[in-house]
Design a protein around this ligand. Sequence first.
Ligand code: AHR
Length: 492
Amino acid sequence: TFAQSSLTLHTDQAETQISKDIYGHFAEHLGRCIYGGIYVGEDSDIPNVRGFRDDVIGALINMHIPLLRWPGGCFADTYHWEDGIGPREERPSMVNTHWGGVTEDNSFGTHEFLDFCDLIKAEPYINLNVGSGTVREAAQWVEYVTSSNISPMTDLRKKNGREEPWDVKYWGIGNENWGCGGNMTPEYYADLYNRFASYCLGDLYRIAGGPNVDDYNWMEVLMQKTMRHPHLVQGVSLHNYTFTTAWEDKGHATEFGEKEWISVMNNTLKMETLVNRHSTIMDKYDPEKRVGLIVDEWGNWFNVEEGTNPGFLYQQNTLRDALVAGINLNIFNNHADRIHMANIAQTVNVLQSVILTKEDEMVLTPTYYVFKMYAVHQNAKLIPSNLKTEKYELDGKSVPAVHVSASTKDGVVSITLCNLNPNKSESIDINITGDDFSSVSGQIITSDNMNDFNDFGRQETVNLKSFDVAKPKDGKLTVELPSKSVVLVQLK
Ligand code: AHR
């Protein structure tokens, strides 16, 4: 008998490293991501270390979070970093104009962010203000954080309690400068980028604000103008969110049927086309693939939960989100030669979060478990693969039933497989050439219903379970993927 799908893994061709930073996250001053989610202040009754939630720190460490982007998002181009340093009671406040018009008291600033990154063992990625900031302000922030010279900025840092510079490599120069970050043309932004980047000194990984979704002209102009000074550009960002239908019709996070399920699968798979087409443009100016495509905002964006502030972007997270996370991470792995980093939006309580909090309670979402499962790919070598699979079709839409990526590290082969079909299990034959494996193990994320989710005050519904896989025979492994599941198979 033949399986419905087949996968051939070319273990002998595993060369490209999957950067751990593809498993990065993003935390903006937006709704309850920072305040309430990450930071509750030292005087809070919620258990904390220096104001950071103990439960959230523990969960992020267990998930193996490698990297965190901050402070925005749209917020970044309104943020003046000097307001967020020094004694907290003396820090001026500001209005968070993009997100709910709430007052931001600046109690979480540069020192707090970098302290938090140390606690969760994640690399920091700071996004500079281009939209409403100055070149001087940006240059001084870089100096304040990274310099070991004697200067007014490093003196100020020391005065604020930090003797040694921090090791911050990743710096974003503006955010969505085609939109909330200044409504610029690509020509104007690219010139500004060169100007800002010229004064952000040091051995930095500078990330230019890239296109919105399929704005290929933005990528073309940006690459053409910035690559005149190649030493000033190390990465270009790309933002792409998944909606149920479109921006105008984001859909419900938990109440949906199969039509909305396949629509989300179909929309999220467009990431593959975006990555391919943007990479082709980048190849023209950077054939050696030195400049990284940095997908620093991605994930599902649904309507906010009823009764919550529309400016806070709070949404629940179901098994459907797990599939979306699995698919996108597979895409990023498979394009690891060009994608050097990706950051799902956003870590806690905002959009497709890995963690939700309510007062002192915490929920780990289905998306959390995908990141935990996929951590095996961090810094592993990508195994090129060939997949033949059936179609899953409904409502005029057609998507592949199975979606995969595979990698190898320390003699272990890890294959992550998504079954997009919510009605039918899929058998898949996996052909692995040239290796003799003595043991095989598996893990699975699935649930009875496609809209199952984890909630406060009850037992977890969707999480990571072990999954039985039969040993390979004559270089062939047959796996039965349950409907609507994300599966990890490991061989060694
Ligand atoms: O993640 C929410 C918002 O989406 C970010 O602030 C912005 O960059 C994007 O439009």
